[in-house]
Design a protein around this ligand. Structure first.
Ligand code: SF4
Ligand code: SF4
Length: 90
């Protein structure tokens, strides 16, 4: 189970700097993808992104609180259906 970013994210970016495999990216365009997202296929479950987030926005998927669980799918969709890594070069 990968780590996921929830709607508590405010795009300040600390998690992306902490990730050793560079699998966290800012969602683009912002109007459609308002948070940062974790690539679930690339995440190695190291947990280093969690203390880098001052807003407690990042959780292991299995531990996401109930009121945030609807945000889990966005991490999958951003890479499977959305622009994914390609948007980072725009
Ligand atoms: S758990 Fe590790 S590999 Fe996964 S997104 Fe966080 S820092 Fe990156
Ligand atoms: S550190 Fe937290 S608030 Fe900042 S971009 Fe990552 S998830 Fe969002």
């Amino acid at each position: 189970m990968p780590y996921v970013i929830t709607g508590l994210c405010n795009r300040h970016g600390g998690c992306a700097l902490a990730c050793p495999v560079a699998c966290i990216v800012p969602g683009n365009p912002v109007e459609q993808w308002p948070y940062y997202y974790i690539d679930p296929d690339a995440c190695i479950d190291c947990g280093l992104c969690v203390p880098a987030c001052p807003y407690n926005a990042i959780w292991p998927e299995e531990n996401v609180p109930d009121f945030l669980r609807a945000d889990i799918q966005g991490n999958y969709d951003y890479f499977a259906k959305g622009p994914g890594y390609a948007a980072q070069t725009l």
